[in-house]
Design a protein around this ligand. Structure first.
Ligand SMILES: [Zn+2]
Length: 348
């Protein structure tokens, strides 16, 4: 693995949670999604959302048209669950071999989730079908109940929604996405082998002080929102520990600069300019680079029941600076960690 502390070669990682948007945006987002990754779980919260197998397959075609010739990256599609998603649609998704999960957004939890699920009881038969075929349920784990403080939405969701769901469907494979709290880390560690969690680079690298002390930094605003330092520390420990229940999911999500630097700024961090290096930075700080391959390249495929990628990537120890911005359609986009100096760089 580590060659005189200067190089690190690992099985090619996958990104188990990312947003590409659609149409012209794909010209930017797809090539960056391929950078350093073998596969990506594509979030379905488009406008309108990807609620059927047919829509997912059409979306996949638009994505495939933007993959650079040199890349072997592949998109793994996901259905957007609504109150009306039928068990038949789940069977169809399973048979399509193109769909690798169904995403539960509590209605209104984040960007373009207004038509998400309002009442889990309406999906009993749908979850039973998912259990039967072994399809992963990806969850945005935040309560949207009125009056719940934004910093408490994840633990409230675990108590009121996730615990009863796991009890009712003990065989359902659940990926609790972009976890942000000690509560989620402990919950996942104490569950059986059906519940895993993905962790973003922003929740490992930053906490709410980074976002709010000395001025508000809109490019660090994402949902679930950054939490206290003790939560950040619990995520770092979970990711770098080698525990198989935690894996890489960037939640990379593009919003143009003007929509972030705005009186009502959008939530989301775009990390695909330097995603694997941002993770490497944290693992290096914890002297845990030997665990990066498990977190980035093995735990995810093991959970999804997929083979590891059959190629490798190499990171070299080399200082470089993340660009301040890039062109994005007819506007610009500020990446996560803009102007930050990194110690590791992907060898392209
Ligand atoms: Zn997301």
């Amino acid at each position: 693995m580590a060659d005189s502390q200067k190089k690190l070669t690992i099985i090619k990682p996958d990104d188990w949670h990312l947003h590409l948007r659609d149409h012209n945006a794909l010209r930017t987002t797809v090539p960056f999604a391929c950078r350093g990754f073998g596969r990506g779980i594509i979030m379905p919260n488009l406008v309108p959302p990807v609620v059927t197998v047919d829509l997912a397959i059409k979306y996949k075609q638009r994505i495939l048209a933007n993959i650079p010739d040199s890349s072997s990256w592949s998109p793994l599609m996901v259905l957007f669950l609504t109150d009306l998603t039928s068990p038949e649609e789940i069977y169809k998704a399973h048979d399509s071999k193109a769909i690798f999960g169904a995403k539960l957004y509590p209605a209104g939890a984040t960007t373009n989730s207004e038509t998400g699920v309002t009442d889990l009881r309406k999906l009993t038969k749908t979850f039973e079908a998912m259990e039967e075929v072994g399809m992963v349920l990806q969850i945005h784990g935040e309560s949207t109940e009125k009056g719940v403080d934004i910093f408490d939405r994840e633990p409230v969701f675990i108590e009121k929604t996730l615990k009863p769901l796991v009890e009712k469907f003990p065989e359902l494979k659940i990926s609790l996405e972009h976890i942000t709290t000690l509560d989620s880390v402990e919950y996942i560690m104490n569950q059986s082998d059906t519940v895993y969690g993905s962790i973003t680079p922003q929740h490992l690298l930053f906490n709410r002080n980074d976002m709010l002390v000395g001025g508000i930094r809109p490019h660090l605003f994402c949902l679930p929102i950054l939490k206290r330092e003790r939560h950040q520390q619990s995520l770092i420990k979970a990711a770098t520990s080698g525990n198989k229940k935690f894996f890489l999911g960037t939640d990379s999500a593009p919003h143009s600069k003007d929509k972030k630097e705005n009186a009502c700024g959008c939530a989301g961090c775009y990390s695909h300019l330097s995603a694997i290096e941002l993770y490497a930075e944290i693992f290096d700080q914890l002297n845990s680079l030997d665990q990066l391959e498990n977190f980035a390249s093995k735990n995810g495929p093991d959970f999804y029941g997929l083979p590891y990628n059959d190629s490798f990537i190499t990171l070299k120890k080399h200082k470089w600076t993340i660009p301040s911005s890039i062109k994005y359609m007819d506007t610009t986009l500020v990446p996560l960690g803009a102007d930050m100096q990194l110690n590791w760089q992907l060898v392209q």
